[in-house]
Ligand binder design. Structure first.
Ligand SMILES: Nc1nc2c(c(=O)[nH]1)N[C@H]1C(S)=C(S)[C@@H](COP(=O)(O)OP(=O)(O)OC[C@H]3O[C@@H](n4cnc5c(=O)[nH]c(N)nc54)[C@H](O)[C@@H]3O)O[C@H]1N2
Ligand SMILES: Nc1nc2c(c(=O)[nH]1)N[C@H]1C(S)=C(S)[C@@H](COP(=O)(O)OP(=O)(O)OC[C@H]3O[C@@H](n4cnc5c(=O)[nH]c(N)nc54)[C@H](O)[C@@H]3O)O[C@H]1N2
Ligand code: SF4
Ligand SMILES: [Mo]
Length: 699
């Protein structure tokens, strides 16, 4: 007899409801849950990989310690004691210690409630994370405009009639900073009610193919397009709509002079999108129909990421669609995270790279390798990597690897020996995903309906297994004990979640939420901004000197000639997730997906044929990979996915290593970053591409 366990998929931001059919501990099937009000039965291939993660023989089951080239298993108490002793010894020497937090940590509410305690016990003076490789520009813009780093507006796709997506590919990623499960069907519904969708992207992506219009854009130049749209809207003389006008601070008046200095023709020439196209977007945004623009990864990981995210919000505001049905709205989830965590901040930090921005206390990850290798007493000598793989995810991965080798202590929480964790002294592995509980903690505030869902574990933990949060909290206790400090007394994740749920406007208890495993729907998003602004003035703070200056900095580049090198961008595939689902045979099977995509004319110019092994070279390095010729790419732009490069010696994920691919981050350049936020620039890398030496020799 099998049983059905209802849960929420933790792998990506869509947070789909799934039905896991179990025969004891064995997963018989994983299907979409049609009764989940948010995902409505949607599921993608990655969800089935949860079973592979759960049962993966390559997954570490016990703590391990690196002794020479060998990994020695330890029991938990010995691992904690040894680490705690080393932490205390390093603390007594005044050694600088830091954390790197990876993406899966954001999908584990329980770990999120505990890792701060560990950081305090260690006395770590810096946090690096995947956020500064990804989304810090959004937080910057939200803090500036609305007074809270996490108060985000997302397109109300279910009631929208005109949707512009810039630098995002939700048909593959399932939405980002926009929890929109079942995206493809939602898009089809928008089109069925007469709506239109536009995609701005250098590649004709899966999303662009479903949309009504694809606008190819030269990488890194969207600021010109966004400024152009804003200029057309403002020049059109539209007044701010009633309801919004009262919320807007006086700095609104600074926008018109800013756009007056800009010439639409010059903006158009810069981004390669015709003035008529720019005018058309502005016209559609202001013709009275419900409309929204969303900007995602492709416009965040650029030299003007914060400026871009600010402009995206301003376009929604200026066209009257902010905080309005069918426009860009602010979710009010079951658990009100925004109302219960700090507003965040924008500061600076001194690093070996000079003064850098620090948003929400994050030190830009582009500085990590420098901070690990600097030759003064500020060098980071101990690093704690929590669910992250910066060797594959941060620019110049080879340099990061060399830097990790110099650490006195590296502790990793990960279930695999990865390209990063192979450099650790200790790896502390969490239990399998089905042994954990889950709450839509960070994703409620980004969901297209007001929503929340809690799932308990599918079954008990294997003997000796521990959840990430337990590892964090037990290591915290061990360090405090080694220091002679009183034993800490902190809430468990469930206790913390329960009190946060109760303190939210919906006021439910965890027990009540747990009793509804299909998820709890509080309905479509509602206008609410007036009550939620957290700026000091209580208004939308439209402009700041820093943003106006960055706009001027961008405007100065309009005169520059386009580079004649090729421009390298990344991509995501629906069967892959950053670096860490490549050990699932059922996901990696089929044709090689780590290929370089190139337009036919660019290939012809270089006398390259489909399938050729090509060498791609940037300022930072060279990698060789098979070429795939396709007119999905715009001319002058090539694309390589990220998260590959598993050929490194000694990695423990054997299926991944057998389908190793190459790492795009052996080409990306940490010298390129967003001046306002320190976010890495991961696209638009200037590269040359030629037949690889191996192929030339064989000819
Ligand atoms: N060039 C380029 N680089 C990019 C990107 C890009 O588009 N292009 N994207 C960027 C983005 S958006 C992101 S978010 C970052 C991601 O950067 P990272 O978070 O550094 O990398 P991931 O590949 O997500 O690695 C996650 C690690 O966590 C482990 N893991 C998975 N689940 C768990 C768990 O439950 N517990 C624990 N303890 N460990 C777990 C995995 O085994 C893996 O080693 O990469 C960035 N890098
Ligand atoms: N299947 C799958 N799903 C995922 C992930 C995954 O790895 N695989 N990762 C998850 C994570 S951590 C994140 S952050 C999200 C990201 O979610 P998305 O933001 O949707 O991610 P991408 O597919 O990287 O989309 C970025 C798009 O920007 C385009 N682009 C590149 N440069 C530029 C540019 O200069 N301008 C414009 N306009 N576009 C540009 C790229 O071609 C690409 O189509 O996805 C999440 N979901
Ligand atoms: S879209 Fe994301 S949340 Fe939904 S099933 Fe796929 S991986 Fe899971
Ligand atoms: Mo991400």
């Amino acid at each position: 007899m099998t049983t059905i366990h209802k849960r929420t998929c933790h792998i990506c931001e869509a947070n789909c409801g799934i039905l896991v059919e179990l025969d004891g501990r064995k997963v018989v099937s994983i299907k979409g849950n049609p009764d989940n009000p948010l995902s409505r039965g949607h599921i993608c291939p990655k969800a089935t990989a949860i079973a592979d993660l759960q049962d993966d023989p390559d997954r570490l089951r016990k703590p391990v310690k690196r002794v020479g080239d060998e990994w020695q298993e330890l029991d938990w108490d010995t691992a904690y004691r040894e680490i705690a002793e080393r932490v205390v010894a390093l603390q007594s020497e005044g050694v600088k210690q830091a954390f790197y937090r990876g993406n899966p940590g954001a999908h584990d509410y329980a770990l999120s409630t505990q890792s701060g305690y560990l950081q305090r016990a260690v006395g770590a003076r810096g946090t690096y994370s995947a956020s500064t490789l990804d989304q810090i520009p959004h937080h910057y813009a939200q803090f500036q405009l609305y007074g809270h780093v996490s108060l985000a507006a997302v397109p109300d796709i279910d009631r929208c009639q005109y949707l512009v997506m810039v630098g995002g590919n939700p048909a593959a990623s399932n939405g980002s900073l926009w929890t929109v499960p079942d995206f493809k069907k939602r898009l089809k519904e928008l089109q069925a009610r007469g709506g239109k969708a536009v995609v701005v992207d250098p590649r004709q992506t899966e999303t662009a193919k479903l949309a009504d219009h694809w606008l190819p854009v030269r990488p890194g130049t969207d600021t010109a397009l966004l400024l152009g749209i804003l200029k057309c809207i403002l020049d059109g003389g539209a007044e701010l709509r009633e309801g919004l006008a009262e919320l807007v601070a006086d700095s609104w008046a600074r926008l018109q002079p800013m756009v007056d200095k800009l010439d639409l023709e010059a903006l158009s020439a810069h981004c390669g999108i015709a003035t008529d196209e720019i005018r058309e977007i502005a016209a559609q945004m202001t013709n009275g129909q419900p409309a929204a623009i969303h900007g995602r990864l492709g416009v965040s990981v650029t030299e003007h990421g914060a400026l871009n995210q600010w402009l995206v919000n301003l376009i929604n505001l200026a066209s009257g669609h902010l905080d309005r049905e069918g426009g860009a709205m602010f979710p009010q989830p079951l658990m009100d995270l925004v109302g219960q965590v700090g507003r965040g901040n924008i500061r600076t930090v001194e690093t070996a790279r000079g003064t850098l921005p620090s948003i929400m206390g994050e030190i830009p990850t582009i500085a990590l390798a420098d901070e690990l290798t600097r030759d003064d007493d500020q060098r980071i000598r101990a690093l704690y990597v929590i669910a992250g793989n910066p060797v594959l995810s941060a620019p110049d991965g080879r340099r990061t690897e060399q830097a990790l080798e110099q650490l006195d202590l590296m502790v990793a929480m990960d279930m695999y020996v990865t390209e990063t964790t192979r450099h650790a002294h200790y790896i502390l592995p969490p239990c399998g995903p089905l042994e954990k509980d889950h709450y839509t903690f960070f994703f409620g505030p980004l969901s297209v309906r007001n929503y929340g869902s809690y799932s308990g574990p599918a079954f008990d933990m294997e003997e000796g297994a521990k959840a990430d949060w337990q590892i964090a909290s037990e290591l915290t206790s061990a360090i405090m004990q080694a220091k002679g400090d009183p034993a800490p007394n902190f809430d468990t994740p469930r206790e913390r979640l329960d009190s946060m749920l109760r303190a939210s406007p919906a006021g439910m208890t965890l027990a009540e939420v747990e009793a509804q495993p299909d998820g709890i729907d509080l309905g479509p998003m509602q206008p609410c901004l007036a009550d939620r602004l957290q700026t000091k003035s209580g208004k939308i703070e439209v402009c700041s000197d820093a943003l106006i200056e960055d706009c001027a900095r961008f405007a100065a580049t309009l005169q520059e000639a386009a580079p004649d090198s090729l421009s390298l961008i990344g991509r995501r595939h629906v069967r892959s997730n950053n670096s860490w689902l490549h050990n699932s045979q059922r996901l990696v099977k089929g044709k090689d997906r780590c290929t370089l995509l190139m337009h036919p004319d660019d290939a012809a110019m270089r006398k390259l044929a489909d399938g050729d092994l090509v060498a791609i070279t940037s300022r930072v390095g060279t990698v060789s990979v098979a070429l795939e010729i396709t007119d999905d790419m715009m001319q002058g732009v090539v694309s390589l996915p990220h998260g590959y490069g598993h050929h490194r010696d000694g990695v423990g994920w054997k299926t991944a290593a057998a389908n190793a691919g190459v790492s795009i981050n052996d080409l990306t350049d940490p010298e390129r970053f967003d001046r306002l936020t320190g976010n890495a620039v991961l696209n638009g890398t200037p590269v040359t591409v030629e037949k690889s030496a191996e192929m030339v020799a064989a000819e």
